[in-house]
Design a protein around this ligand. Structure first.
Ligand code: HEC
Length: 479
């Protein structure tokens, strides 16, 4: 069955690519248009250059924004790429290099930017992307799993312009999903969290959260999350409140607390201009901290709903947040790899902890609140001493970039990552075992009794594993 699916997939891919190559030949030598160059800026620059909070005052998300330039002047000279900062900075011909601290853009993307400026900043829509009589594929408004195109398609991809590659990948990914799964468009599970006091696990669904009994994987209840897509889940330390954070990309973000017993909404805080990617409840349940692409950490009082602190030291998206167990400190990690520690009540900076060179996706405090552990896409786990503000321990993880973690009260922990694997560590430094998932691990949580882990991957599988044996003990069926 799997072989058949792959064959169908390959055939479809070939058809798709033949079609696309024909299109690209038709348009060869033609001007580069905005819809072709926009995906490059989107992928490489929008994180810092989109909308009102753009760095250097330069908004690269619209042609108007590009023409308006940066705070220091023009960013583009039509027809003259070599005099245009939006080309010379990413091409590393001038300083500051863009993106800052990042690798130089691939040549074909630079060629697109060059061609677009050279051709006079065309806003026309190309034939390749113009609406056509072809059936429109279902929109996928959530993160799409990255997939590796088969070898036959890869060489084709290399010779296509970026915009077409993106379009093709979207097509492949939609096609693949339709071909290989019975249910169309399986949902990417962005977050899972376990109750610290009961045998419950919360799993992020599409604008809702499913709560299961993990012991028999039965669905207990479903809680709707009206603010949008769910990006983060956390139970309160007494297990009574489920904190849900999320929103609508580029538009709005909120965090809401639900009564686990009744499913009713207890509070809703934040009126962010982008999604909430990280959130935590203080140990006494009184405060909620949240963060996201705004790079600002905000703390709200759950009773009054008021904002009580706002912390602005992060230079990139805030991806992880955790209050210490004594409630005195708050740790926040960002996509750039910087880790900030704040005084929870005042919001005053306490420590800036430097070491990670990749996004920080997980934070866990020690039971006594003396240390915090951070896991990062740089494939390391670090433990930090909060009294002295220095790194205590560094573990290099073989499974690659780390995207999720959880720990037991006794200090054992699990990490999961890009390579589709989980690694189980027992205190202090014993790597017990590795567990394989189907794909990139999006989140994981250890059960309240410390015997099992529940992990989700980008293909939408949510699986239960016994930690002692490493053997799969069940799967969660999503509605
Ligand atoms: C991680 C954040 C980040 C990313 C990603 C990024 N930039 Fe920037 N960019 C900045 C910052 C910060 C400044 C302001 C630098 C300064 O004023 O010294 C800036 C400034 C600029 C400027 C104006 C420089 C000036 O002196 O006026 C241009 C042009 C620019 N960026 C282009 C780009 C392009 C093109 C990309 C994508 C290929 C990109 N940037 C990606 C952070 C970023």
């Amino acid at each position: 069955m799997r072989d058949l699916a792959i064959t169908i997939f390959t055939i479809l891919t070939l058809i798709l690519f033949t079609e696309r190559s024909a299109v690209s030949q038709d348009t060869a030598g033609a001007e580069v248009t905005w819809d072709q160059v926009k995906p490059v800026f989107q992928k490489r620059c929008f994180a810092c250059h989109r909308g009102e909070q753009s760095r250097g005052g330069l908004d690269l998300s619209t042609v108007g924004g590009i023409k308006a330039g940066s705070t220091s002047g023009a960013a583009v000279v039509s027809g003259k790429p070599e005099e245009s900062m939006i080309y010379t900075l990413p091409a590393h011909l001038e300083d500051p290099q863009m993106p800052p601290n990042g690798a130089k853009l691939p040549q074909r993307e630079l060629d697109l930017i060059f061609g677009w400026i050279h051709g006079g900043l065309s806003e026309r829509v190309t034939a390749a992307t113009a609406p056509s009589s072809k059936p429109i594929r279902p929109a996928m408004n959530r993160p799409r799993p990255r997939i590796a195109a088969p070898a036959t398609a890869k060489t084709e991809i290399a010779s296509l312009p970026m915009a077409e590659v993106q379009a093709a990948l979207m097509d492949i990914s939609a096609t693949k999903t339709l071909v290989t799964t019975a249910r169309p468009l399986k949902h990417v599970v962005t977050a899972v969290a376990t109750s610290p006091t009961a045998s419950l696990v919360a799993v992020a669904g599409h604008r809702e959260v499913m709560i299961y009994q993990w012991t028999d994987q039965s669905l207990v209840t479903t809680v709707p999350f009206s603010p949008g897509d769910v990006f983060t889940l956390r139970f309160s330390r007494d297990g009574n409140i489920l904190l849900v954070g999320g929103g609508i990309g580029g538009t709005s973000g909120k965090a809401a607390g639900f009564d686990v017993a009744t499913g009713s909404t207890l509070f809703e805080v934040g009126s962010e201009s982008d999604v909430v990617l990280a959130a935590d409840l203080s140990p006494n349940g009184r405060f909620v901290a949240l963060g996201g692409p705004s790079r600002t950490v905000r703390v709200f009082d759950t009773i009054s709903g008021d904002k009580v602190a706002e912390m602005k030291k992060h230079t990139d998206w805030v991806l992880s947040l955790a209050f210490s167990n004594d409630g005195l400190l708050l740790a926040s990690g960002d996509r750039f790899g910087s880790l900030q520690i704040w005084e929870a009540d005042s919001g005053n900076p306490f420590h800036t902890l430097r070491g990670h060179s990749g996004a920080i996706h997980g934070l866990v405090w020690s039971a006594d609140s003396n240390t915090v552990m951070s896991v990062s896409e740089d494939a390391t786990v670090r433990e930090w001493d909060l009294h002295q503000g220095r790194q205590l321990r560094l573990l290099r993880e073989e499974i690659g970039g780390l995207l999720a973690t959880d720990a037991t009260a006794a200090g054992s922990f699990i990490v999961g990552g890009r390579g589709g694997k989980l690694a189980v560590w027992q205190k202090p430094d014993h790597r017990l075992r590795e567990i394989s998932m189907d794909d990139e691990v999006t989140d994981l949580a250890i059960t309240q009794d410390g015997t099992h882990v529940i992990a989700a991957d980008v293909t939408g599988n949510v699986r239960l594993f016994n930690l002692e044996s490493g053997i799969e003990a069940g799967q969660f069926v999503l509605p």
